[in-house]
Ligand binder design. Sequence first.
Ligand SMILES: Cc1ncc(COP(=O)(O)O)c(C=O)c1O
Length: 407
Amino acid sequence: MRFWYECNDCHETYNTDTIMYRCPKCQKTESSDSEFSKGNLIVRFEKDDLKRLSAMQDLCAQDFLPYDIPDIACYPVGPTPLVYPKRLGHYYGLNSLSFKLDSALLSGSFKDRASQLVAAQAIAHNEHVITLASTGNAGAAMSCAGAAYGLDVVLFVPEKAPVNKLMQSILYGATVVPVRGTYDDAFALSIAYTDKFGGINRNTAYNPMTIEGKKTVSIELFLQLGKALPDIIYVPVGDGCIFAGVYKGFYDLREAGLIDKIPHLVCVQSDSSHAISQAWRTRKFESVKATTQADSINVSLPANGRMAVRYIDESNGWAIEVSDSELFDAQRELAKESGIFVEPAAACAWAGARKDAPDLRRRFKSNCTVCVLLTGIGFKDMAVFDKTVRMPAPIDNSIEAMTNRFS
Ligand SMILES: Cc1ncc(COP(=O)(O)O)c(C=O)c1O
């Protein structure tokens, strides 16, 4: 589809389909290291092109992307399962509750959606190297897509990044480069690397395709529901890119004339990593000291904070915070009561939805449809259970020993 870029902040448009990262004007005026950055770009389409899609039979979410996805079957991204957790819905009085299971994607997280599009961008521009900085799922997802398409992935990580998810990237064949210092140091080096050696940079929020790719979840959901929408969607938030992607999918569906309203989007954050939620409440775009144990959403200065706050407003949504103990409890509850095992960051969304349940029942009576986005699989980080889950001691192979165990 024909596309161009629009700056989220100054609204300048850039009429090009070449690779662009951030608004050159806004980038120049940035002053403080503790304020959310400006200048993130949004991909825009000709309205006629979108309208044409609405008449298509057998529509698929990838039809809405700016680049064609090559060999889609070699790196299939979605549709992910929609699960109706009957017992949990009944317990919390949410009669129409569903979970969108993006933990079922190839690399185990939502980030495959962005990586699929960045891989397509690289192939369209004849680039063979994709560089990024990441501490976890984005790196694993890009490495996975690189392995599928035969692209080289160079992944810069802060030296103290959690080892589990990095292992995955190494197994996929990425060049993993630990950098002395913080994520910011790894981020800066990844950009310097792309500047010097070429290729594409896939840093979250820096490359606008990372947000654009994530929008497929909303279009997929709309199609799965027989061209209908849930009333409310709960999204776990760190940098605010997934949240923006979810909004963008509905925005494009509306531009295409396929829907006339956007669901309420709820930004769920840990109360110990709550920069976006705080900015939405106070209208001050300032960093926080993030300390949540849910590593994927531990973000002090969100890379897409301004756009996320804007989209909370534009969807008539809201933000809710949960404590780390609520979030870990939600993770255990999901496993035990619905058979779904997700990582703590993903469980954050469920923690927010169940916390909101009494309010939802009051505001919407029993008639609201709620979808919770579960963004990452739990198996990636079993070490978090070392202190909380004990393996029972073995017993002798006898029914008496078994009887004694439970007496
Ligand atoms: C599993 C999972 N859930 C949620 C998030 C939060 O996404 P964002 O940082 O785009 O807000 C991430 C980000 O890494 C993630 O990996």
